[in-house]
Each structure stands twice: as C-alpha cells, then as structure tokens.
Ligand binder design. Structure first.
Ligand code: ADP
Ligand code: ADP
Ligand code: MG
Length: 677
C-alpha cells in the first residue's frame, strides 16, 4: 500500500494531487526549484526538497536528482502530473529499478503511445480509425512532397515526438511543402530533440473530442466518456467541456469502444486519454494517446463524480477497478476555462509579473451547481518566464449545458487578477458568443470568430451597467472628497470604448446617498442588461486602495444580481472597467466640467508608436520584415519565443520599417526596441 508519495511536478497539478493524497491520508513530498521556494505546492505538502535552478532542465526534469530525493524521503510512489516527466519512459524505468511505484501506465505503454508514428501503427493494427495519411517516417523534402500529393492537400506535417501543439505545420499547396517540412523539423529538433516527421490529411474544421479511459492491471478498461476540446488557439486547448454537444449515444459508444480497443492492445493501466478528431459527418479519427492525467480532467470528474487521482492511486496499488462500464453515468454538464497570463488584446503575448491581486470566486458545490478552481498560485506570487503561463483552471458544473455556461459567466465576472495581463475577458467573450452557446464549434472557432485578433466586445450591451458602476464609485469619491450635498444634483457620465475611443454620452442620472448603498434610478432611455430591474437597484462597492480594485455588487432587494471587480486605472474621475469581454474608459463630470471639457485638447495615451518594443524576455526566432518594408496594422512583424511559446508580434500602425536592431537568435530583454518605424 502506498503511504507516502512524491509529486514530480509543480503548480496547479501538484496541488491537485496533494489534495487527493491528503483525503486518502497519504503523506506528500514536494520538490521545488529556485523560483518555487514559497510556491503553493510546497506549502501544501508534508515535506519538501530543493531541486535546483529554475530552468526545468535543471530542476523538474532532473531524473537522477528526483530519484535521490525519493530515496532520501523514503517515498513508496511518484505521481508525475502532466508535462515534465509524465511521459518519459526513462523516468519510469529508473523508478522501477529503485522499487518506487510510478503512478501511471507501464514503461511499455508509454513507449508505444508516446511516439505518434508508432502509436498510429498500433492503432491501425487494433482496427482503430486513424487519420488518413502515411504511417511512417518522412525522410526528406521530396518524400514529403510525393506523400502529400498522394494524400491530397491540405495535409499536416507533424513531429512524431510532438506535444503541446508544437512541431506541426499545415500545408495547402505543393509549393509550400518544403518550407513546412524544414520549419517543423527544426522546431521538433529544438523542442523534443527528435526531428522525425510524418504527414497526414489535414481535416478542415474538425472537432477535437477525446475519450478518458481508466484501466487496472487485470485487463479491465472503462470509458469515462468524452471531453470536447475544440476551442483551441494555435492547436492548444483553451476551453474544454464534458460531455460533447456533438455526440449521441451511438457515437459515444463507438468512440469509447475504439479507445478501449487501443488501450487493450498496449495492455494499458492507469488513466489515459485517446484523442480523436471528428468531421462534420461524424466520422472520427485517432490523433494520439496521452498516457497521463490530462490538464482538462476536472470536467470528467464533475460529470462522473469520480476522483481520477484517487483511481490512479488505486490502480497503482494493484486494486481492481471498483466499477464497470455500466456503472458510469454521465451527469450534467461541465466546462473548464484555462486562465493564462497573456494579453489577448496584443496577440496573446505571454505576460509575466507579480499577482498583486488574485481573488478567484469561491469554490462551492450543491445539487444544482459546482464551481471549482484548480490553481497553484496565491496573491503575491510571481508568474515567471520559466514555466507554463497557466494561472488557474476555472471549472463549472450545471444540470445542463446552458446553466453550466451561465455559472461560468458569473464565475469569470467574480475572478479578479491584477498585476499582469490575463485572458479573463477573452474567455468571457467566448461564453457570450451565440455560436458557442449553440454548440456550433470546431477547432477553427477562435480563428474564425476573431479574424483580426481579439479587440474586446462592443460596450453597448453593458453601457448602462458601466454607467451605473462608474456613478456608484464616483459617488463614493465625492462623498469622501467633497461634500455630501452635491449628491442631489445630476451627474453625467461619459464612456469611451477603450479600443476605439468612440464616445457615448449617457442620459442623466440621479444618484442618491444611503450610507454606502446607492439607489440609482435612470430617468429615461432603456437599459439593456438591467432592463427589468433598474428601478430598485442597490450598488454596493468596496475599494481596495492598495490595488485600486473595486468590488462591485449589485442587488435587487436582497438578491445579488451581479458581482464583479472594476479596476481603477486612473485617478478619480477617470476609470477603466473590464467586464464580460468589454473594456471601457469612463469619466465622470458635473455639468460645468462637461461644458468646459469640450475645449480641452485631446491627449493621445497610446504607447510609443514609432517602435516595436519587446514585451517579455525571450529569443528572436523569426523576422518577417526588412528595412524599407511598408507595413499595415495587424501585420506580423516577428516571432519571439518565451515561456515555451512562440509569440508573433504584430504591428499596431501603418508605416515603413526604418531600422531593425536585432537579428534572428538574439536574446531580447523587456523593453528592447526591436524595430523602429
Ligand atoms: P493536454 O491535452 O493535457 O493539454 P498537452 O499536450 O497540450 O496536453 O500538454 C499538457 C501539458 O504538458 C501542457 O500544459 C504543457 O505544459 C506540457 N507540455 C506539453 N508539451 C510540452 C513540451 N514539449 N515541453 C514542455 N512541456 C510540455
Ligand atoms: P499535440 O501532441 O501537440 O497535442 P495533436 O496531434 O494532439 O498534437 O494535435 C493537436 C491539435 O492539432 C488537435 O487538437 C487539432 O486541433 C489539430 N490537428 C492535429 N492533427 C490534425 C489533422 N490531421 N487535421 C486537423 N487538425 C489537426
Ligand atoms: Mg494532443
């Protein structure tokens, strides 16, 4: 029996594993690098050991050091989480040699399934539908061309050792094969030290649907249903859900049957995921198998009621599965949103820095709903350049898809992160998208719906809400700074679309004071979101002066209607609010000031526009322009690699390239001027 485990990972997944271990009264050992000395996973565990420098290769990927710690701490078993060493057969072999249990599948299963070419061969042998293509290694450009023509364009060139959306290139025409082949193979060599490539048919706008399986060591394999992960950006998952709105019972059964056949073929044990892509006609094709706990496993847990880490530990303890296929009932609907440290308004550039505010919605569970937040950070922690930019995984469950979406919208409103850029508003805008709500999604969804990048949703829908919030806050300011009597007079609000600088002048309001509660009523005009309830709204807010964040709660009678945070980016009377995918600037002025403001010169608060400034430390890996080139707004300028991601920097202006200060492979610091216009 496993009594003590080491978690060979960090961040949210290490914390998640520790939670289950605690529940099972298993002692936990964590490991940490320089930048993780005070990390959550270290604080949560019973014991912790220092690994080495922050770079993953010198810490979380250091097999011999981790084994040494396992022996020193006398652990019975290791859980690898995902990423890092989770799919590394050498790690499993070394652990086994030292009589330490690996909580995961066998070394052989990892070897067979970790390699995409090999796994496709095995899948074909097990009569699993594979993506049409050439199952074997492509040796050179001519070979790639010949195979691609045979398959028919479009095709996708992929690294056999690939993972995390890296090492693949889509090719639409024969003349582009060469470039795709060379880029994919160099990326594969750099990322996985393995340049082997293969080519398969590229399915246009498929859905990504995967089957979670769990298997014991006695040949029992059970399907825990599917997860749909079609909402992806650059082949990486952003939102996942379970079940999938595209599957009916027959398709679910057929896909599960094939996943189980594949698992049996490699004598799989533990939790694993068989990934498929599904076309419009519901044909499905095997993509790859992930031989580990998957990032998006919480949605499966929410609809099955199982704890996958607990099940993995049971299997590692050589227990039989305590359920069979007929015991698995999928109940309700769950979504997971990956909250990343990145700036959706600037081409999703990763963002690093300190979480000056980190306040997730509270976790909660009842018969009708569940809110879950898997995280490995707390307020004050730093998101560094060394690891994944994922801050948290916010999941919600409801009885059906619509209610799960509603709970997610609300939970995203309540989530407050400050100190670094994050994708909360981008996530909100997806949940508000009518096509998404109708389940009309594919892996091309984000690309199609945000053709020119993410610009924020128009503020119109929430205009009235923003006005009410701003008035409420400005009222508070006036009470504090000026005098109370002012409050019987009319105040006006101007709202500017943050990105367009389009101006909306509102109707007038009367703001009345009632200690800290405000009753706000609108004189005329129609309110959109708040149509029915504008007569009796109470707005309660609390300002945190350290972070300049304001928590807003809007009540009708005693029912809370809406709870969100607004960030004061400027001093009173200037505000900026981010809410449900919209971002606005607001100014409050009394009628005299409003008149006078018409004579003020407009200030341009855009950043320095005549140069491309490096937003994060990284390496310049590609330049798309040369001196003298004419450039357009939104045009790709260069790629900077940072936080394991390739980030394309785009132009925010129309102009001409005057000077380029760096060359490919140069290391860049924050604020380095890469290109001058
Ligand atoms: P999932 O479907 O579970 O998201 P991914 O293949 O996207 O699977 O990767 C899971 C995790 O593993 C990611 O969060 C990422 O941090 C890590 N990962 C994947 N590929 C790599 C890689 N090449 N190098 C380092 N980490 C990786
Ligand atoms: P990784 O190991 O990086 O997760 P996958 O093979 O699982 O790589 O592919 C990741 C994503 O890339 C898929 O979810 C899908 O969106 C896209 N993709 C991969 N292969 C194909 C294909 N043949 N046709 C269409 N899309 C594909
Ligand atoms: Mg995959």
């Amino acid at each position: 029996m496993i009594k003590k485990i080491l978690i060979a990972n960090r961040g949210e997944i290490a914390c998640r594993i520790i939670k289950t271990a605690k529940k099972l009264k298993i002692k936990t050992v964590s490991i940490y690098s320089d930048s993780d000395i005070n990390a959550e996973h270290v604080l949560m565990s019973d014991e912790s050991y220092y690994l080495g420098p922050s770079e993953a290769s010198k810490s979380y990927l250091n097999i011999s050091k981790i084994i040494e710690i396992c022996k020193k701490a006398e652990v019975d078993a290791v859980h690898p989480g995902y990423g890092f060493l989770s799919e590394n057969p050498n790690f499993v072999r070394e652990l086994t040699k030292n009589k330490i249990i690996f909580i995961g599948p066998s070394e052989n299963a990892i070897i067979s399934m970790g390699d995409k070419i090999k796994s496709k061969m095995i899948a074909e042998k097990a009569s699993v539908n594979v993506v049409p293509g050439f199952i074997g290694e492509i040796n050179n450009v001519n070979h790639a061309k010949e195979i691609s023509k045979k398959i028919g364009f479009p095709v996708i060139v992929k690294a056999s050792a690939g993972g995390g959306g890296k090492g693949m290139r889509i090719v639409n025409f024969e003349e582009d094969v060469e470039e795709a082949f060379l880029r994919a193979s160099s990326e594969a060599k750099n990322s996985f030290a393995d340049e082997r490539l293969f080519v398969e048919k590229y399915l246009v706008e498929p859905r990504h649907i995967e089957i979670q399986i769990i298997a014991d060591n006695y040949g029992n394999v059970v399907s825990l249903g599917e997860r749909e992960c079609s909402i992806q950006r650059r082949n990486q998952k952003v939102i996942e859900e379970a079940p999938s709105s595209f599957l009916d019972e027959t398709l679910r059964r057929d896909m599960s049957t094939q996943a189980i056949m594949l698992a049996k073929e490699v004598e799989y044990s533990s939790a694993g995921t068989v990934e498929f892509i599904v076309d419009k006609d519901k044909n499905f094709y095997f993509l790859e198998m992930n031989t580990r706990l998957q990032v998006e496993h919480p949605v499966t847990e929410m609809i099955t009621g199982l704890d996958l880490v607990n099940e993995m530990i049971n299997v590692a303890n050589k227990k039989k599965l305590s359920f069979s296929q007929k015991d698995i009932k999928l109940n309700g609907w769950a979504f997971e949103s990956r909250i990343y440290a990145e700036d959706p308004y600037k081409g999703f550039l990763p963002s690093t820095g300190r979480l000056t505010k980190y306040s997730p919605p509270s976790e909660d569970k009842s018969m009708d709903y569940e809110i879950r937040n898997d995280t490995g950070v707390k307020e004050g922690d730093e998101i560094s350049i060394f690891y994944d930019p994922m801050i948290a995984k916010l999941s919600t469950w409801g009885k059906d898809r619509k209610s799960a979406i509603k709970f997610m919208e609300k939970a995203l409103d309540e989530f407050c992160i400050s100190g670094l850029k994050n994708n909360l508003s981008f996530l909100s805008s997806i949940y508000l998208n009518p096509k998404f709500v109708d389940g009309k999604i594919s892996t091309a969804f984000i690309e199609r719906e945000f053709k020119n990048g993410f610009k924020g949703l128009p503020i119109k829908q929430y205009k009235s809400l923003f006005e009410i919030i701003i008035l409420s806050v400005s009222a508070e300011n006036e009470i504090r700074d000026l005098n109370l009597k002012k409050f019987d007079k009319r105040t006006s609000v101007e709202l500017f679309d943050f990105f367009d600088n389009k101006k909306y002048i509102s109707d007038e309001y009367i703001v009345r004071l009632d200690n800290k509660m405000f009753e706000i009523s609108k004189l005329d005009g129609n309110l959109h979101l708040l149509d029915k309830i504008y007569n009796k709204l109470r707005v309660h807010h609390q300002i945190d002066f350290q972070t300049n964040l304001i928590n807003i709660n809007i009540y009708e009678d005693d029912q809370i209607l809406l709870s969100t945070f607004l960030k004061l980016n400027y001093c009173f009377p200037y505000y900026q609010i981010d809410f449900r995918g919209s971002s606005v600037k607001g100014i409050t002025r009394d009628s005299v000031n409003l008149e006078l403001s018409k004579f003020m010169k407009k200030v341009d608060d855009e950043e320095n526009k005549n140069s491309l400034i490096c937003p994060m430390p990284g390496k310049l890996i590609e330049l798309f322009v040369k001196v003298g080139d004419q450039i357009e707004v939104g045009q790709n300028l260069c790629i900077v690699e940072a936080m394991k991601m390739e980030n394309t920097l785009v132009s925010s202006l129309k102009g001409q390239v005057k000077k380029i200060n760096f060359k490919v492979n140069d290391l860049l610091k924050v604020d380095d001027i890469i290109i001058e216009f």
